[in-house]
Design a protein around this ligand. Structure first.
Ligand code: COA
Length: 379
């Protein structure tokens, strides 16, 4: 864009630029408040389920019992992925990154949904239900395939959270772990115009289908600046190894200007409200497993970062040791983020389709002008 054609977005990375209207979620960074469709995340984490939250995000209100039962049933009918997609996954290299596997598998689901490119509310909702039902099956199936184990058939009697843990482990999870996992899914469901959600809106704004938009969202989530921090928190704790080494490790990291994973946030300037719940779950899992070292280490890092930098933990900080003590492989933490965020992505895509305008900003042109073409032999 030339200087005369409009106003510059100004901030690098579009920080502070309002790029869409949405009723789905809102983040108040100063006060540490996250709401979905008007409901405080703490209220939902206390009382709701992931399926009910999905209904809320997609429909703008909480369901009555019949509506919730109907949605649960439709999601469960769609837990299974086409056999062809599982076959395709079996051909992938066993050391493939699970996020790359998820992106490719989700993209291929498009072949098996004949209405998958339609953007009317009913068709797009049907695709959203399929994707939300199937995405956990893909993540769990990949972990089984790469380890040479049989893929576990999803159980239609189980919730998304319980079914995921069942398909991953091959046995039913205990109720307390199911509830922790269900609330973790609620906490990760939406976060306004984060990079992957914005991506899904840009793609769906061209009236491309739901599967393409979600595939692009997965690609964006996979980047280390977005979805990868939870795995890095656990790698950091493992690298430090012992609570007695924390202080020296943090001092050195800060002296070398390295970032401590899971600390700080682009929007929250106080505690991330999702971290409040995950701290509680990390402690609960530590007590349950009789392995308190990871929680103690996390708490000490939190305390030091508050004292030294005035910084708080974000959603990724305590989810790391919570998932670790649930026996979940480190490289599945980001795919699990997608198992939850599919609800926010599809909600935003539905909202985009309902009131669509192609998203086509301008670039501030900083190149040269009026250059004359010079034949190649004269350059
Ligand atoms: N550890 C140590 N210092 C940190 C830090 C961290 N995790 N996060 C920010 N800082 C410091 C920066 O080094 C910078 O210090 P300086 O002013 O002395 O140079 C200052 O705080 C501002 O950092 P900046 O990266 O500009 O802040 P931001 O608000 O744009 O960044 C994050 C937000 C999330 C990208 C950043 O905090 C981060 O990288 N955190 C770790 C990764 C992570 O957990 N990501 C998941 C986010 S949900």
């Amino acid at each position: 864009m030339s200087n005369t054609a409009g106003t510059s977005a100004g901030a690098a990375g579009l920080r502070g630029v309002v790029a869409a209207s949405s009723s789905i979620g809102d983040v108040n960074g100063e006060q540490g408040i996250l709401i979905y469709q008007g409901y405080n995340i703490h209220d939902l984490a206390e009382h709701s389920t992931f399926e009910e939250t999905v209904y809320l995000l997609w429909n703008g209100r909480l369901p009555n019992q019949q509506e919730l039962t109907d949605l649960e049933q439709r999601l469960r009918e769609n837990y299974e992925v086409p056999a062809e997609v599982l076959e395709l996954m079996r051909t992938f290299p066993k050391d493939a990154d699970p996020m790359d596997v998820l992106r490719t598998a989700v993209s291929s689901l498009d072949f098996y949904d004949k209405a998958g490119h339609k953007t009317d509310r009913e068709s797009a909702m049907a695709a959203a239900i399929k994707l939300t039902g199937q995405i956990g099956t893909i993540v769990a199936a990949w972990d089984r395939i790469r380890k040479g184990n049989d893929v576990v058939t999803p159980d239609k009697n189980l919730s998304i959270a319980e079914n995921f843990l069942y398909m991953l482990r091959g046995e039913r999870a205990e109720a307390d772990e199911v509830r922790i996992f269900d609330v973790a899914l609620i906490l990760h469901a939406d976060h306004e115009l984060n990079a992957s959600t914005f991506t899904t809106r840009v793609v769906s704004g061209t009236l491309a289908g739901m599967y393409g938009a979600v595939t692009a969202g997965i690609a964006a989530l996979a980047g280390p600046l977005h979805g990868g921090a939870n795995t890095n928190v656990m790698k950091m704790l493992i690298e430090i190894g012992d609570p007695s080494k924390i202080d020296a490790w943090v001092d050195q990291a800060l002296a070398e200007k390295r970032k401590i994973m899971g600390i700080g946030h682009a929007v929250y300037k106080t505690e991330d409200p999702r971290a409040t719940w995950l701290r509680k779950f990390a402690r609960q899992m530590a007590d349950k497993k009789g392995e308190s070292k990871w929680f103690e280490m996390s708490q000490r890092i939190e305390q030091l970062m508050l004292e030294r930098k005035g910084m708080y933990p974000n959603v990724d900080f305590y989810s790391a040791s919570t998932y670790y003590l649930m026996g979940i492989p480190l490289d599945l933490y980001t795919p699990i983020f997608a198992v939850s965020r599919i609800s926010g992505w599809t909600g935003h895509i539905l909202e985009q389709y309902a009131n669509n305008k192609l998203i086509r900003p301008r670039a501030e042109y900083i190149g040269q002008r009026d250059l004359k073409y010079v034949p190649i032999g004269e350059r």
